[in-house]
Design a protein around this ligand. Structure first.
Ligand code: FAD
Ligand code: UDP
Length: 387
């Protein structure tokens, strides 16, 4: 990627916008503001631009350094916008789950039900699931509950005990580091259940990966914009606050307010990247390991995001990443906001402070403490009024 260095003699120059963070929120904002004739400076504390969508080229393969990123949306405006910056490929996410060496298709669909029970028609599958749902419902009623009180109850009502025990429980408890009985029901509601043979993980109309990798998207968005990497806003806050009329802040909201109410919590992921001397390791981009005893949650094989059919064999090596989900500590990357009432209440207090802050726009996953996918971030910035 090419980085434009800013003038650092700022005494005679003030920017319209200082944008803290070059992830998708900051980069789409910079793109729009720059096109409107606003002067912008983007700073990022990491040694590269792009935030979590940054890719690193290894063995001729774009490696998603901060975890697999699949762009998906039903919003045509968002899809057209990103495709005008860089065309996207035809990648369709269809992960496979490995439970004790046996493979199951995801999301839960007729292929999964065939693999689980040998059923071959939607009617047979529905019967199996209905029987297991009825069991779950009567257990809940016995316990005096009318609504599912946690993720376990929600999953049992949605899909029954066989799928829950083999494909949900172990994976979810590894991913969140908490028992399914202690997690909110809504986490699992977004997983589709289908009585058709369709392994497409998303229900969205459009999905894909930028051809040539996500760095092309970020480079395109930031073309002509001044940027400065390896620069932490908080290391010289007083200086950066004077450099522009307005600030777009996409870092941690609790850090911005000096942790006045206390620290927010996050989940993080440790990635173990490995280059292997085989052209095709697992035959799919995403394989989830759903048994509790396998320490990682999933293995990503990056070449399958951008190489299809024979193309896979034209590149002799492959790069895989094992993902280990862990509790966040200071110094680690804060990936996922923690969805519990303690953290949500704390985040609300910070959001209330943010609303009163003049000339600062707080946006994105860290500054809003909200688990956003990429497309809603782009949509949000496209709908912002920039003046
Ligand atoms: P970020 O990309 O985090 O950007 C924030 C930037 O601010 C960072 O570059 C950071 O270095 C910088 N920054 C922070 N503090 C400071 C500071 N003090 N000074 C200077 N710079 C600072 N979405 C999907 O749609 N599909 C997926 O498949 C998908 N997979 C994901 C997998 C993982 C493991 C994770 C963590 C996220 C995934 N997402 C996915 C979500 C996606 O990453 C986010 O929606 C998007 O990247 C958020 O953009 P952002 O600009 O808010 O944040
Ligand atoms: N999930 C699961 N088994 C899987 C995949 C997902 O139980 O093989 C559950 C898990 O609780 C996860 C939720 O479904 O938190 C949502 O999954 P998704 O892949 O949408 O989560 P993401 O990794 O994108 O946050």
């Amino acid at each position: 990627m090419a980085y434009a260095m800013p003038h650092l003699d700022m005494t005679d120059f003030k920017y319209d916008y200082l944008i803290v963070g070059s992830g998708l929120f900051g980069s789409v904002f910079a793109y729009r503001a720059h096109r409107m004739g606003k002067s912008c400076l983007v700073i990022d504390k990491r040694p590269h631009l792009g935030g979590n969508v940054y890719c690193n080229l290894q063995a001729g393969i774009h490696v998603h350094q901060y975890g697999a990123h699949i762009f998906h949306t039903s919003n045509k405006k968002v899809w057209d916008f990103v495709n005008a910056i860089v065309p996207f490929n035809r990648y369709t996410n269809s992960p496979v789950a490995n439970y004790q060496g046996k493979l199951y298709n995801l999301p839960f669909n007729m292929n999964t039900f065939y693999q689980m029970w040998g059923v071959t028609t939607p009617e047979e599958a529905q019967k199996m699931i209905e029987a297991q749902r009825a069991e779950a419902l009567s257990a809940m009623k016995k316990a005096g509950a009318t609504e599912p009180r946690n993720l376990e109850e929600q999953a049992l009502l949605l899909i029954g005990k066989d799928v829950y025990e083999k494909l949900i429980k172990g994976y979810t408890e590894k991913q969140w580091g908490r028992k399914c009985t202690e997690l909110p029901a809504f986490i699992i509601k977004r997983l589709p259940v289908r009585f058709v043979f369709d392994n497409n993980y998303f229900n969205d109309k459009y999905q894909g990966i930028p051809i040539g990798g996500y760095n092309k998207l970020i480079d395109g968005l930031l073309e002509g914009v001044e940027t400065k990497i390896s620069t932490d806003f908080f290391e010289n806050r007083a200086y950066w606050e004077k450099i522009a009329d307005k600030i777009v802040f996409t870092g941690k909201i609790d850090e911005y307010f000096d942790y006045v109410y206390g620290k927010l919590n996050y989940r993080t992921v440790r990635f173990e990247h490995e280059i292997l001397d085989v052209p095709n390791y697992q035959g799919n981009a995403v394989v989830n390991y759903t048994h509790a005893e396998v320490p990682y949650t999933r293995v990503i094989e990056h070449k399958h995001f951008e190489m299809f059919g024979q193309e896979v064999y034209d590149v002799p090596q492959t790069v895989i990443s094992r993902e280990y989900s862990t509790e966040w500590k200071e110094g680690m990357e804060p990936y996922y906001p923690v969805n519990d009432s303690l953290n949500n209440t704390l985040a609300d207090q910070y959001r209330a402070l943010a609303e009163k802050q003049p000339n600062v726009i707080f946006g994105g996953r860290l500054a809003e403490y909200k688990y956003y996918d990429m497309a809603p971030i782009v949509e949000k910035v496209l709908d912002l009024t920039i003046d």
